[in-house]
Design a protein. Sequence first.
Length: 129
Amino acid sequence: MDAYRTALLTYWAFIWLFHSFLIFGNLASFVVAPFNGPWYLAFPACFAIIWVTCSPADCAITNWENTVREKLGWPRIRGFIGHYYVKPVRRLYRKCIANCNGAAGIGEPTALEVQAPKGVSCSNHDRSA
């Protein structure tokens, strides 16, 4: 790996860490604000935090990250939270459900299957077949 790519990866890691700190700071502010001030200040602050976090507007930091991702040859992302937090949790959930249903011989999971059948463990380590 050449020095330029190493520098870009370090730069991308800095951007990712900075963006994560901002998001978790907003989350912490949302949780703490109602208990740390009067309701007439906390309610608008919480509303503003939700609006900024969930608005479909382009995020400058995500655009900044996409610039670095393009230089690294990686695909662009649409949203930071969705790409790094929501999608991995969904993949993990689907994998767990598929493993549970596969162990029971059910086949592919459907949207309504939330729990594994009775008597079937959701851990790959418990199979003794």
